[in-house]
Design a protein around this ligand. Structure first.
Ligand code: 13P
Length: 259
């Protein structure tokens, strides 16, 4: 069984609920019927409910961009898994480099959130990736290996079936600089090896590993044709209906050629 190609849009801190409804409507119109590619949209918290309404009865799934590691209570400003589940959220992005860099998220925090998501039937999209300085120092594999081992510690084999990994080189995010298909494939193959060490080769073979970092309609086909690249986590290009549609179409072409 080939791995299902997944195209996920990370809208980051963009789109009011009103704007988000428009974007979701356009996406549903263009790709809301197809089922070859798993399509996920991750609007900000404030737009989840509106977008849930727009994508109901389509094949598009709903993701959040973060979740609390606490179940409920006196945690001002936090959002719980139960709150997300209640809005029909199925996926959650965890450990994005922007959260690591600006909000101090460590691998230990990412690990707690990943476990909480899995215990509550949310699919975590766990992000890993090196900075430019780390790549220039030749440390990318050490950094990513640690993020994988520490971020994914203590997950049962049954839970691991649900985990999605996203490799996002920090130097490629929002910069217009994409990792070359070969550079990305090298890291994806390394991640799959690390997953095999953690969970066994059979499980590692089944785990989806997405690429993120300036993925655009004009470079998606080449990235998605690589053996270990199973989809994309898209920032900027996920904010325009036409671009996101083209990325899903590239995913469908890749799915057909990998089948
Ligand atoms: P860009 O596609 O804008 O580079 O963002 C990638 C990203 O961070 C997705 O999570």
């Amino acid at each position: 069984m080939p791995r299902t190609i997944t195209i996920a849009g990370n809208w980051k801190m963009n789109k009011t609920a009103t704007e988000a409804a428009e974007l979701a409507k356009g996406i549903v119109q263009n790709v809301g019927r197809q089922t070859e590619v798993s399509v996920v949209v991750c609007p900000p918290f404030t737009a989840l409910q509106t977008v849930a309404g727009e994508i109901a009865n389509s094949s598009v799934r709903l993701g959040a961009q973060n979740v609390s590691d606490k179940p409920s209570g006196a945690y001002t400003g936090e959002v719980s898994v139960a709150m997300l589940r209640d809005l029909h959220v199925t996926h959650v992005i965890l450990g994005h480099s922007e959260r690591r860099e600006y909000y101090g998220e460590t691998d230990a925090i990412v690990n707690r959130k990943t476990l909480v998501a899995l215990e509550n039937a949310l699919i975590p999209i766990v992000c890993v990736g090196e900075t430019l300085a780390q790549r220039e120092a030749g440390e990318e594999f050490a950094v990513i290996g640690r993020q994988i081992r520490d971020g994914l510690a203590g997950i049962s084999p049954a839970q691991f079936e649900k985990v999605i990994i996203a490799y996002e080189p920090v130097w490629a995010i929002g910069t217009g600089k994409t990792a070359t298909p070969a550079q990305a494939q090298d890291v994806h193959a390394f991640i799959r090896k690390e997953l095999a060490a953690l969970q066994g080769a059979e499980q590692a073979r089944k785990t989806r590993i997405l690429y993120g970092g300036s993925m655009k309609p004009d470079n998606a086909a080449a990235l998605l044709s690589e053996a270990d690249i199973d989809g994309g986590l898209i920032g900027g290009a996920a904010l325009k209906v036409a671009d996101f549609t083209a990325l899903v179409e590239a995913g469908r072409a890749a799915a057909a050629s990998k089948a």
